[in-house]
Design a protein around this ligand. Sequence first.
Ligand SMILES: [Zn+2]
Length: 236
Amino acid sequence: MTELLFRDDAYLRSCNARVIDADARGIRLDRTVFYPMGGGQPGDTGVLRLVAGTTIAIVDTVKGTLPDEVIHVPAPGAALPEPGAELVAEIDWDRRHRLMRMHTCLHLLCNVVPGAVTGGQVADGRGRLDFDVPGSSLDREAIASQLNALIAEGHPAGPRWITDAELEATPDLVRTMSVKPPRGTGRVRLMEIAGVDLQPCGGTHVRNTAEIGPVAVTKIESKGKQNRRVILAFAE
Ligand SMILES: [Zn+2]
């Protein structure tokens, strides 16, 4: 079991950790700041700096088969560390911060475009969501200006854990969500942008929408009869 430090603080760039084990798939640590690919957000890259002095480049991070299992994928040919080895795990913060900004921006896009989200992907410097919007055409410029207004307004954003029971007791909360939360695990992690968006999400986000910076709608594509793909990029 790995302690997932990014879950409570997405701004942590590094942490001390100990190697649990390492094999052909990758390296498992007792705690980590590396986000594993999931929820449309790519896995982190970075380095593991062993106390012994060597450095291992991490080119990807993925989930394992167990819950909360995180696998740090080393560069091809890297020498694997011994179990018990102590190290500092450090992410490529500049890349992660761009991913956090775009990921948070996609939450805003959910608010701006009506219709159910049918897919999505965050990439470095760009992102996209697919919407089920029967019979409507989407206006690129209007979406961009609404998005940039929400960004400039500086809405606070952050995780909010609620229990299944609280969710049941607060039906109004559910109506404001664009995704139905998973039930049955006891508690649900929600991502809240105050007054704008609330939905279950396990990814990493910025603290305030102003941190996203200006964005552009680069393209709107038709993906089937009802599906529209809205593609965003940072404007600067
Ligand atoms: Zn999210």
